[in-house]
Design a protein around this ligand. Structure first.
Ligand SMILES: Cc1cc2nc3c(=O)[nH]c(=O)nc-3n(C[C@H](O)[C@H](O)[C@H](O)COP(=O)(O)OP(=O)(O)OC[C@H]3O[C@@H](n4cnc5c(N)ncnc54)[C@H](O)[C@@H]3O)c2cc1C
Length: 331
């Protein structure tokens, strides 16, 4: 993939506060924010000098404002997104990386229910460290710069966390992507076509995950929303949180029933997940293990190539219909 720059349009739309530096002025908090002589040091020069060590001065409200200002600016900017990715597991992060790189002009929100993004890809399988990827998924490792050992038909990354942390750090550095973690998607926004009666997905309904977990014992905790012409759902297979969007499609009668994830067959499972990653209803592409619940695909066990390449395919499927869905979404 050829690297591309952030479009001037997006640069204008994404929050700019993060780039503002307050230097040499009293910023209204009673604390001089000037760059003080001698405070900017390299780490090596700190060694052996701890008796003279001190941090730059700060007032507590500065810390609060530094965080809240940016977060609320992001909530404001991303309330209208181009693409929302539900779930920051290996598939969602791979989709985000691919989209963020191919289309730096698009505003992409990732909504992840957990505090820690990464889903099930922090270990390779059971509690073992190494991550196995069957070829040709090594192409994605080359793309993001994760080293591996070549074992012929498959490659091995020495620790699954190396894959996940590398993709995550690349995604988080992209200026057109915002990760909202500790935030659960509670529902989908829908529109019904006046002519055909078909339902299209037009965004997501979100809430703090901790709030989502307390709907049974607290009231008045209405959700927030993000409008977007395209959603990618990668919430993993069925479980307390998993298969979220496809289960909702069944309850909305947009899918007759789920196929249910089938028994383990590594040989066929990975091909099926990648090849069938697609737009399930207009506006909603499903990838990763969530898709196994729709199609009744086999589980694959601890081999992650399908998750990465399903993410790449999800990005491609989104871009195929993006202009059409965007036009529909503006009506
Ligand atoms: C019992 C069990 C069996 C497994 N068997 C297999 C197997 O056979 N094959 C296999 O490949 N893997 C298996 N795994 C685990 C494997 O790590 C994941 O399936 C794999 O990481 C899937 O990647 P993914 O990106 O599709 O989803 P995940 O890595 O599961 O990521 C999904 C992410 O979506 C988030 N999420 C879920 N719902 C919401 C929501 N409503 N809003 C926002 N975020 C949400 C989750 O917090 C999570 O971070 C198994 C795991 C378990 C627990």
């Amino acid at each position: 993939m050829a690297p591309s720059a952030v479009s001037p349009e997006l640069a204008h739309r994404v929050p700019v506060l993060a780039n503002k530096k307050v230097e040499g002025s009293n910023n209204g908090n009673g604390v001089q924010a000037s760059k003080q002589e001698g405070l900017t040091k390299d780490v090596e020069s700190m060694l052996g000098n701890w008796s003279n060590f001190t941090f730059a001065p700060i007032r507590e409200s500065q810390v609060s404002r530094a965080m809240t200002r940016r977060y609320f600016a992001d909530l404001d900017a991303y309330a209208e997104s181009d693409i929302v990715i539900i779930g920051a597991g290996s598939c969602g992060l791979s989709a985000a990386y691919t989209l963020g790189k191919l289309r730096p002009d698009l505003r992409i929100a990732i909504v992840e229910a957990g505090v820690s993004p990464g889903g099930g890809a922090w270990l390779g399988g059971q509690l073992f460290s190494a991550m196995v990827m069957r070829k040709p998924a090594d192409a994605f490792l080359d793309e993001v710069g994760v080293p591996y050992e070549d074992e012929g038909h498959f490659v091995v990354v020495k620790h699954a966390a190396l894959f996940t942390s590398t993709v995550l750090s690349k995604v988080l550095q992209m200026p057109n992507i915002k990760l909202f973690n500790a935030t659960a998607v509670e529902d989908l926004i829908t529109r019904r076509d006046a002519g055909t009666g078909d339902v299209r997905i037009a965004g997501v309904v979100t809430n703090w995950t901790l709030v989502s977990m307390h709907h049974d014992d607290q009231s008045c905790m209405d959700p927030n929303t993000i409008n977007a012409p395209m959603i990618i759902s990668t919430t993993g297979h069925d479980g307390p949180f998993g298969a979220f969007s496809v289960k909702r499609l069944v309850s909305m009668k947009q899918l007759e029933q789920l196929g249910g994830m089938r028994g383990l067959d590594m040989q066929t499972a990975e091909d099926a997940i990648v090849k069938n990653t697609r737009e399930i209803v207009p506006g909603l592409v499903v990838g990763g293990m969530e898709l196994s619940e729709v199609d009744g695909a086999n589980r694959m066990g601890p081999t992650f190539g399908a998750m990465a390449l399903s993410g790449v395919k999800a990005a491609e499927e989104v871009l195929k219909v993006f202009d059409l869905r965007k036009a529909e979404n503006s009506q």
